[in-house]
Design a protein around this ligand. Structure first.
Ligand SMILES: Nc1ncnc2c1ncn2[C@@H]1O[C@H](COP(=O)(O)OP(=O)(O)OP(=O)(O)O)[C@@H](O)[C@H]1O
Length: 119
């Protein structure tokens, strides 16, 4: 069953769900982002944001969690291939963190556009 086209896709999805679970269980940065996502979701219901606002909020949450997850993967690869201090590893980790910064700034701006007018 797992050797068919559909079976291989299902197996891939199984590993992806396992990866998402590992990120949430092991990574403090992801746990913080998930907490913020839950708070923002509660805020969305509390302020009864519009369908368009929900779409942007969900996209922002997904963007941050996705990029944070990829940043963690980059850090893990860097630590595995070169556990010792190296300027190149420092550069790789810094640019991966920079990607998270872009995503986080985008999410904050979206949050401000949605919620500031509600006060
Ligand atoms: N092996 C290394 N060589 C050079 N610089 C490093 C190395 N490891 C970390 N750094 C520098 O330290 C910064 C933070 O490292 P890292 O992202 O691993 O966070 P941490 O706080 O050490 O670990 P964690 O995120 O798991 O708590 C990097 O962005 C990089 O500038």
């Amino acid at each position: 069953m797992w050797d068919t086209f559909l079976g291989k896709r299902l197996k891939g999805a199984k590993y992806a769900i396992k990866g998402a679970y590992l990120l949430i269980r092991n990574e403090a940065s992801i746990q913080v982002q998930v907490f913020i996502a839950i708070v923002m979701t509660i805020a969305g219901f509390y302020f009864e944001i519009s369908k368009t606002e929900w779409i942007f909020q969900i996209l922002a949450i997904g963007l941050v969690l996705s990029v944070e997850g990829l940043n963690t993967a980059a850090e893990e690869i860097a630590n595995f291939v070169h556990p010792d201090f190296h300027s190149k590893i420092g550069y790789i980790k810094d640019v991966a963190a920079g990607a998270v910064f872009f995503a986080a700034i985008t999410a904050v701006i979206i949050g401000c556009i949605i919620y500031i007018p509600k006060f």
